[in-house]
Design a protein around this ligand. Structure first.
Ligand SMILES: [Zn+2]
Length: 646
């Protein structure tokens, strides 16, 4: 637009002058951007205007100029890449939010030495009666040392403070103080599907194993203190902002154990009422008690219906469990669990109840054996006329799903959602099933080639990290966090497809494709200005991308670097001893371009500990150099109870 068409006498804003007479000015304009809209009708743009929370102009400076009034905030993207806000289609965001400020996150930490140093510091600043807990988002393979911490290392780092470290759905490592706090002794029996590892005298060592079910790990974690209700609100807000930090503006909650409706949904509900959600959440409902699933579902059907809610918080059906007995645990360090005879009946009863009441659902299923059995149940219901066309339903995970099952899912109108769990558990999978089977676990391309809707996500926070860029990198490169190649090119997707799986696919899963998922006039004004160009960085740098500005509904919900003061500040972190107050969340590598003053990631977190004298001495003391010349054998896999370290 030439300057002669601009009104005179107004201050330039981001290089464009506002019109005096604009009728309904935008609240936000982003310009000078390389915008990937995701909309085939207009794939690229350089400027957008957002008015009343929705995109009102997508184009260039000339297109947005008539929307700029004196109060319009104009963000100059300085030529940076802009994408639609990301949507994690399988995130335990509600539970993650309730606990975020209680957790020390090892997500992104590159050495065990650093991880233990963080633990030591946090133990020192944790008041008596509280725990230090590291709950998922990491694996030994990401550390330079390529191993898990030992109980004795936890004892050394935290002699008096209970420490609970959850490693995937495989194991938990407790220090001495935590064992005392939870009351495990030589007389404590192993629960079904779990093992309390013992020493030669029969005393618990501090290691708990999912064998294969994670119930023991979770019920032990649940013995720790929780946040006060008012701190749960703050915790959720800080967690949502941490998601905004990576460009997330939507998530589909998968519910989960210890996430009761409506009690544990109170925080997000209150934030929604106050207009303080910064991630749009579609939630699911997950029966909590074996044997009472139908009672739960019946009660909820009377309380809420799929689609209820608004643009920020809405019900999207039941799941990811509909009943306990059909659930298979994705612990690849253990053999596949055998479902009991009840599984079929329980699923049948729950699914019929839901379908009869017009409810869709999502269903957790890791293995093809489970999926085949589930499909038998669904097909029988369909044959009875009880599975209406247009029911919105999907399988979650589906790592070993077969082509014939994909065809059957397609025939029943289902979808799938995949997560980067293999990025964290891939080594264990390869150890058990071999590299050839790992190459299509999950068969991402076959799912798409079958014509299924395939949405992407993380399954955070207890297995994978919530950082979406790890998952996008996994889709594109097919590699684990330890850089093991899982997938050949034939089972990977290109960057634009991966992004579509992380944006518009999620919008389709919640029936919101008409209002979000792409940067299109009339859709929600959700976008992210990225720290580096997703479409041109080398593969190795995809997982280092962050947002510099994230916008949800026209509001700046996260801003860093050049933009750092334009997002409204959050309330102080409470409690003040929260690990997040000291360390933040995901630990970015040092060379990520963060210029924010006081950025918590500014510390040099990469210690090059792999070759450190400390680590060498540890391995030598352990006898590694005599026994196993390579890496310690529990890397990313089973914690062998006979391992001398445990
Ligand atoms: Zn699941």
């Amino acid at each position: 637009m030439s300057s002669s068409t601009m009104p005179v006498g107004t201050m330039p804003v981001g290089g464009i002058r506002p019109y005096d007479g604009v009728q309904h000015p935008a609240e936000l304009v982003v310009r000078n951007a390389r915008i990937h809209t995701g909309d085939p009708a207009r794939p690229a743009a350089s400027a957008v205007a957002i008015t009343d929370g929705v995109f009102t102009a997508v184009g260039d400076d000339a297109t947005v100029a008539p929307h700029i009034g004196p109060a319009t905030r104009v963000v100059d993207a300085l030529g940076r890449r802009v994408i639609p806000g990301l949507n994690d289609s399988h995130l335990h965001v509600i539970r993650g939010g309730l606990n975020y400020l209680l957790e020390l996150r090892w997500d992104g930490v590159r050495s065990l030495r650093t991880a233990l140093r963080m633990l030591r510091e946090q133990a020192e600043r944790t008041p008596t009666g509280q725990w230090v807990r590291v709950v998922g988002g990491w694996t030994g393979e990401q550390f330079a040392e390529k191993r898990l911490p030992t109980v004795s290392e936890l004892n050394a780092a935290a002699p008096d403070t209970p420490v609970f470290v959850l490693h995937l759905y495989q194991s938990a490592i407790l220090n001495r103080a935590a064992l005392e706090a939870v009351g495990f002794t030589r007389d404590s029996p192993n629960p079904p599907g779990g093992e309390i590892v013992r020493d030669f005298a029969g005393n618990p060592t501090g290691v708990l194993l999912a064998a294969p079910a994670a119930g023991l790990l979770y019920s032990t974690l649940a013995k720790g203190p929780i946040l006060a209700p008012e701190d749960q609100l703050g915790s959720t807000r800080h967690y949502l902002r941490e998601l905004n930090r990576f460009g997330i503006t939507s998530a589909i909650d998968a519910a989960g154990g210890f996430q009761n409706f409506p009690d544990n949904y109170a925080a997000v509900t209150e934030l929604a009422e106050r207009g303080e959600l910064t991630v749009r959440i579609a939630y699911h409902l997950f029966p909590q008690t074996a044997g009472q699933e139908l009672d739960d579902l019946r009660r909820w059907i009377g309380m809420v219906s799929p689609g209820d809610g608004d643009a920020w918080l809405r019900c999207n059906g039941a799941g990811e469990n509909l009943a306990w007995s059909p659930a298979d645990f994705e612990n690849f360090a253990e053999p596949r669990p055998q479902l009991t005879a009840r599984a079929r009946e329980d699923l049948d009863a729950a699914a019929r109840l839901l379908l009869d009441n017009g409810w869709g659902f999502r269903l957790h299923a890791t293995y093809d054996e489970t999926i085949r059995q589930d499909l038998d149940v669904f097909e029988k219901i369909a044959a009875d006329g009880g599975f209406p066309d247009g029911t919105r339903w999907l399988f979650d995970h589906a790592e070993t799903v077969s082509q014939s099952s994909l065809d059957r899912i397609k025939a029943l109108g289902g979808a799938v959602s995949v997560q980067n769990r293999m990025m964290f558990q891939g080594r264990a999978f390869i150890d058990r099933y071999g590299a050839e089977r790992a190459a299509t676990a999950p068969p991402i391309r076959a799912m798409r080639d079958t014509g299924l809707l395939v949405a992407a996500g993380t399954d955070a926070t207890r297995v994978s990290s919530y950082n979406p860029w790890l998952s996008l990198a996994w889709l594109v490169t097919g590699r684990t966090v330890g850089d093991t190649l899982l997938y050949p090119a034939e089972n990977r997707v290109d960057r634009s497809t991966a992004l579509e799986m992380y944006t518009s696919a999620g919008a389709q899963l919640t029936g919101e494709a008409d209002v979000k998922g792409t940067i299109t006039e009339g859709k929600y004004g959700d976008l992210a200005v990225l720290s580096a160009d997703y479409f041109s960085v080398v593969d190795e740098d995809i997982d280092r991308i962050e947002a510099l500005v994230t916008v949800a509904g026209g509001k700046v919900v996260y801003a860093a670097g050049d933009y750092e003061n334009i997002a409204a500040p959050l309330p102080e972190i409470s409690p003040a001893w929260s690990p997040v107050a000291r360390f933040g969340g995901f630990q970015a590598a040092t060379d990520v371009r963060r210029t924010a003053s006081g950025a918590r990631q500014a510390r040099a977190f990469v210690d090059a500990a792999a070759d450190s004298e400390e680590q060498r001495a540890w391995r030598e003391g352990r006898g590694d150099f005599e026994r196993v010349p390579q890496v310690p054998h529990q890397v990313g896999g089973a914690l062998d109870p006979l391992d001398g370290c445990f």
